[in-house]
Design a protein around this ligand. Structure first.
Ligand SMILES: [Zn+2]
Length: 230
């Protein structure tokens, strides 16, 4: 396929243009060099199209001392490109940005502030995790022991979380042998919601378990245990 075919030129222009507008901008390519890439390697002076083998630009590249640089190393060492047709030269990159001391101080301050904020965030996440663990344990205890008391008192019920309410309420329906109750629930506050979710889950699990194993729901008193010892 000839280098002059519209397909090849179109391909080179699209790839070169994308490169110029993204990495080229980040890497401080000069406007002329970005124009050269976007145009599909057209010399901005003599307007010759300079496509070489392997669809790379047919140009010469020089380093800061005027020595030639292989094109593969142009991104590392190249300072100027040269059109082989008209010998026009153009610079590869803009000079690097020089930051004044004021801006350095500001950047340093922002970096410290960012790291500090991330540190606080990590600490808060960790604290939150600890709170969750603690609430999980306490709410689990509350749910489990309450289910035990209820079952022994003859109340067989399950709780279903359903909207905010400030006291437990019978739903009016049953789920098999269980009455379905709506618990006191304040879902808009995460700690309350989380605690109640654990409470209800432990409660229901314990209630179902005791319903299936009623013999285990009536623990022997110390006195009975003493008597039963051989
Ligand atoms: Zn030229």
């Amino acid at each position: 396929m000839s280098h002059d075919s519209p397909l090849v030129i179109g391909f080179v222009r699209v790839v070169g243009g994308l490169w110029a507008q993204t990495f080229g901008r980040l890497d401080r390519y000069t406007g002329e060099h970005r124009e050269f890439l976007s145009s599909g390697f057209v010399c901005q002076k003599c307007h010759e199209r300079l496509i070489g083998n392997w669809l790379i630009a047919d140009v010469k590249c020089y380093d800061s001392t005027g020595g030639t640089v292989p094109l593969m190393q142009a991104r590392l060492r190249g300072r100027y490109f040269e059109c082989p047709k008209c010998l026009h030269r153009w610079p590869f990159r803009l000079p690097s940005m020089k930051f004044g001391n004021g801006i350095k101080v500001v950047i340093g301050f922002l970096i410290v502030a960012l790291v500090t904020a991330l540190g606080f965030l990590a600490y808060a996440r960790w604290q939150n995790f600890m709170w969750e663990m603690e609430v999980f344990g306490l709410a689990g205890d509350v749910g489990t022991s309450r289910a035990g008391r209820d079952f022994r008192a003859g109340k067989t019920r399950l709780f279903v979380l359903a909207g905010e309410r400030d006291e437990d309420k019978f739903s009016g329906t049953n789920d098999g042998p269980f009455e379905v109750w709506y618990p006191q629930y304040f879902p808009q506050y995460y700690p309350f919601r989380y605690g109640k979710e654990q409470d209800v889950e432990f409660y229901n699990r314990r209630m179902r378990y005791m319903h299936e194993h009623p013999e285990k729901s009536n623990p022997q008193t110390n006195a009975t245990t003493q008597i039963m010892k051989p």
